[in-house]
Write a protein that binds this ligand. Structure first.
Ligand code: SAM
Length: 354
């Protein structure tokens, strides 16, 4: 097993722990959680594999001494699965306790005071009261509007220790379009990759206001302002559909950071996975943006394999997703290809297992 290959057994063991202390952590602040449907839970499964893979690769990359994680819409640390009576760890806890090669610094940004406090207290509890591996001192919870706190934090990090020797993974788990493009640019000051939850349905509603005869002038203005901030300019006006807007967003990602470190700090390679659930009432794209490496990007192979599996799932598979999130090995096997599907190229870092 090279460090650049995701370790199925490691992930399987970790998934087994995904709910272990979730009820205890829930009980610390039962009123401060994030609630999602089972389809949304797939993003967290995706995050588990992404952080595993990212940290493995960066760990073995020469010249990078510090791996940073930025969870720019962090939540409270605990997610309730709607109508399922199941609590699971949210993205900050996944990133803090799952990687075999842990992040050196994790920055969690949350706008709601109760959620930020709950997250802090839950991290303390994990460190003091559970056997889960966590370096509490490397976790920072920033309360406030991420569009202010993220640029400020990045500025402080760079001022303290410069740009070099660092790499970052950002997770932007939008409910709509909360993170402004200016904030994404601030993040790009440190080299790294992005996993973005692009809320297809929510954005579609905002775009709808621009064309609707029934929307109030005020509502239309709000939609304009949100879209403008989200994509970082007026180009959204030329988009006639969400697909076009997503392409524009991906184009923006492809050139992000150019002004800081031409031409390598952009992220020309981006892939997306469409997750659609609840009879098409709900859908989002997970976009992973990265830079191609010498012999092909392992992330891209990973995304391709995940896409094949996620996009062929139907509403009937919701139970499988919950199984996966609860660490049920049978559910996880749905994501592991048959022997015949796995084409290993030993010379290249491969993500064939996923
Ligand atoms: C989809 S939830 C995140 C869930 C989280 N990733 C998890 O796995 O538990 C989005 C979170 O972002 C927070 N939020 C929304 N707008 C924000 C802003 N401008 N700044 C900081 N946090 C914000 C919300 O309060 C919410 O907790």
């Amino acid at each position: 097993m090279t460090p650049q290959t995701p370790d199925n057994e490691w992930i399987r063991q970790k998934l087994d722990t995904l709910t272990d202390y979730a009820d205890e952590l829930y009980n610390i602040h039962p009123d401060a959680t994030n609630e999602i449907g089972p389809w949304a839970a797939l993003k967290l499964f995706h995050l588990i594999v992404t952080v595993d893979l990212y940290t493995r690769i960066i760990h073995s990359t020469d010249g990078i001494e510090k791996k940073l994680y930025f969870d720019v819409l962090a939540g409270s640390g605990i997610v309730e699965l709607e109508n399922q009576d199941v609590n699971i760890y949210g993205s900050p806890i996944i990133a803090a306790v799952f990687p075999e090669y842990p992040f050196d610094e994790l920055h969690f940004f949350e706008g709601q005071k109760e959620r930020a406090t709950a997250l802090s207290d839950r991290l303390d509890y994990i460190a003091d009261e559970t056997p889960l591996d966590i370096n509490r001192d490397s976790c920072y919870v920033h309360h406030g509007d991420a569009n202010h706190t993220v640029p400020e934090t990045i500025g402080n990090i760079i001022q303290e220790s410069g740009y070099s020797g660092k790499n970052q993974l950002t997770f932007a788990d939008h409910e709509r379009m909360e993170i402004h493009w200016e904030t994404m640019i601030a993040l790009s000051r440190i080299w790294g990759d992005y996993l973005i939850n692009f809320q297809y349905k929510g954005i579609s509603r905002e775009l709808g206001y621009l064309k609707s005869d029934n929307a109030s002038e005020e509502r239309t203005e709000t939609a304009h302002r949100k879209l403008h901030r989200f994509v970082g300019g007026k180009q959204y006006r030329d988009c006639n559909s969400v697909d076009e807007l997503r392409d524009l967003y991906k184009q923006q990602l492809a050139t992000i950071g150019e002004e800081y470190d031409k031409p390598n700090n952009n992220r020309p390679v981006n892939k997306q996975i469409r997750v659609t659930g609840a009879g098409d009432r709900y859908s989002y794209d997970l976009i992973y943006a990265t830079r191609e490496t010498g012999n092909g990007s392992p992330y891209i192979q990973f995304m391709d394999n995940m896409r094949n599996r996620i996009e062929r799932m139907s509403g009937d598979n919701v139970a499988d997703i919950i199984d996966i999130m609860e660490g049920n090995a049978t559910g996880l096997d749905e994501f592991i290809p048959d022997e015949s599907e796995v084409k290993r190229d030993e010379d290249q870092s491969s993500l064939g297992d996923f």
